[in-house]
Design a protein around this ligand. Sequence first.
Ligand SMILES: [Zn+2]
Length: 260
Amino acid sequence: MREAIIATLEREGRNPNSYNVAGIMRDAFCDLGPGYGYIAESEEKWHQAVEAHRRPFGVGDLVRVVVTTKSETAEHHYGRITQFRKANGGFYRGRPVKPHSAYVELGHHHKSGWLGPLTQVTLALDDFEIVREWGEIHRDAPNGDWFTCLRCGAGSYKSAEVMMVHKVSGQRVRLCPACFNDDEVAALGHQVMFHGRIGQQTVAELTENPELITGSAGDSPYAKSDGETYREWADCFPWLVPAAAAELYAQWREQQGVTR
Ligand SMILES: [Zn+2]
């Protein structure tokens, strides 16, 4: 049973080390008595139990941290916790009960790691929605077709069975269960980050002329006006929008009655 729970956690892109497996078993499964084993209660119970028994952070967790670049831009980077540290940066002897800080390995696109308090660390999975409903995954497929796996589907026509959506930007990938793992979670997160980098120019423009963000919508259904392009970008990267432009955009939305 333990193994089955661990396998399911992995299938959902979670790090089993971050969960109290015995707790999940107790809350989401029924003991049928000696010789009969356990039976899962319901999907809903499973989700509740998984939320309730998640340890705050563990070594190996894929997390998101905010890195400030030389040009003072905040970027979201993804990496794994490799160590816990004390408030003064020192090491713990043994396993810390309530660690203060974490060292996060940021991977090959970044020279060094990140060290900072756990209060500034977010579990990477919190940034994403994992969708497994066929109808939902294939809704926008061209010609009423279905999507194949982004990684292995080109040669094999293997259909996508998992869709991962970056909640803020809406960027998504569709994968088969074999290709879905937390490296893919980090890859999608970084894809969003690189889009953000490309947006540097946009940041500079909106800093200079914040009112560009309230530019009028165009008449053509085929080409976006400058204003529409700025607003679409701002919806994807709200944390990058310069303060003055963000305020103008908020007012504009209020006037337009945009609720989202
Ligand atoms: Zn695949």
